[in-house]
Design a protein around this ligand. Structure first.
Ligand SMILES: Nc1ncnc2c1ncn2[C@@H]1O[C@H](COP(=O)(O)OP(=O)(O)O)[C@@H](O)[C@H]1O
Ligand SMILES: [Mg+2]
Length: 375
């Protein structure tokens, strides 16, 4: 029997829990050629969901990750590489492919590359190129034309798409993408990203090029009701019985159903040969705090004292009326600076607002901040 090991990366196969409605919606979008924007905070399961839906759609697909890009040229390179991968998936005859696309190539240059499957066409930028936006437009148009001629469809997943706003705003890239994608029925694009504020700005603002291009899927946390039977199956397999209530309750309460931390806890728990108890979960959580403390606090390095006070207050459960007199005088802060701090923390995905209350998104950061005080 394969040892049970919960993934800290992509969740697939029997490690993929629920998300049935979202998977169905995404597959339907892919099949209809409807583009999708997939939004949630980091490590809620966007990439895993996109992979699952793409796999089930059985269409040729490629993934572009913009996470580490720092300028327009790198974004262009990443997207054109994605197009190159799709081109080689839909046609394994490079010479024939060149015949199909040669009339459409104006700015880019096709070259041949030897791969394990024979010759492969690679589109590259040339000195004729005027801008990254124009190169991206041409690459997508070429892909569209090949797919049309071959009467087939393909899926392109562009992960961490908000990076375009961050590192190459106002360079026409979004306009170029819209130009091609609003017409095509052969390419379905999944734009995925963790920076909700930037993404909403890109897709929901009337004055922006990508306005209303996509169907939107917002991923929430997986619910306790879905997680409990899911875990029970693994527990029976490993220990021949369900986990004690104290264990599951502690896991749910520490992880707050955050998909990454849920897996991080179970990954360690299932390395135990004998049935664990509540204390085992406490020990694992405390080890995680020790292990990740430095990294998580590094993310708050740029914070000013107001950011820190507000974040620590929310971690301690002071989750509303943060601009009220009681909190302001207690924390010795001005209402306007607290408002700015809340806005900053929300935009940068540290906190989210549900109704009138604020919550810390990362449960481990919350636990770490609970050990600190700024007052
Ligand atoms: N449907 C799911 N069921 C169980 N675990 C999941 C699921 N989706 C994601 N995870 C887990 O959550 C963590 C983050 O997943 P990932 O897909 O990388 O999220 P994102 O792309 O939003 O950052 C990983 O540990 C992954 O294994
Ligand atoms: Mg991801």
């Amino acid at each position: 029997m394969q040892p049970i090991s919960f993934p800290l990366g992509i969740a697939e196969g029997h490690y993929f829990c629920n998300r049935k409605l979202e998977t169905k919606q995404l597959i339907r979008n892919i099949q209809q050629g409807t583009h999708t924007v997939l939004i949630s905070p980091r490590r809620y399961g966007k990439t895993s969901l996109a992979y699952k839906a793409i796999k089930e759609s059985k269409l040729p697909n490629a993934r572009v990750d913009l996470f580490m890009t720092t300028n327009a040229a790198e974004i262009e390179r990443a997207i054109i590489d994605g197009v190159n991968n799709l081109l080689s998936l839909v046609s394994n005859n490079a010479e024939l492919l060149l015949g199909l696309i040669k009339d459409y190539i104006k700015l880019l240059k096709p070259s041949f590359e030897v791969s394990t499957h024979g010759l492969k066409i690679k589109l590259e930028r040339t000195d004729k190129s005027t801008s990254s936006a124009n190169n991206i437009r041409e690459a997508l148009q070429i892909l569209e034309c090949v797919l049309k001629k071959k009467s087939t469809s393909a899926v392109l997943l562009i992960d961490e798409f908000q990076e375009i706003q961050r590192v190459a705003p106002d360079q026409g890239i979004e306009g170029a993408i819209r130009h091609v994608l609003q017409e095509t029925k052969n390419i379905a694009v999944i734009f995925s990203g963790s920076h909700r504020h930037l993404l909403k700005n890109m897709f929901n603002d009337r004055s922006k090029p990508l306005y209303r291009l996509c169907d939107e899927i917002q991923l929430d946390r997986i619910s306790e009701e879905d997680y409990l039977p899911f875990i029970d199956k693994f527990s029976h397999k490993q220990w021949g019985k369900g986990l004690p209530k104290a264990v599951t309750e502690k896991i749910l309460s520490y992880s707050e159903c955050h998909a990454y931390y849920f897996n991080a806890l179970y990954e360690k728990l299932f390395s135990h040969k004998t049935l664990p108890n509540g204390v085992t979960v406490d020990l694992i959580w405390n080890d995680l705090i020790l292990l990740k403390k430095k990294d998580l606090l590094r993310e708050t390095k740029e914070f000013n004292i107001t950011h820190k006070k507000v974040l620590v207050a929310i971690a301690h459960g002071i989750d509303h009326e943060l601009t009220g007199h009681t909190f302001l005088s207690y924390a010795d802060l001005a209402g306007s600076s607290v408002l700015r701090a809340l806005e900053y923390l929300e935009e940068n995905d540290f906190i989210e607002k549900r109704g009138k209350r604020y919550y810390l998104i990362d449960p481990l950061l919350k636990a770490i901040l609970n050990q600190l005080t700024y007052f």
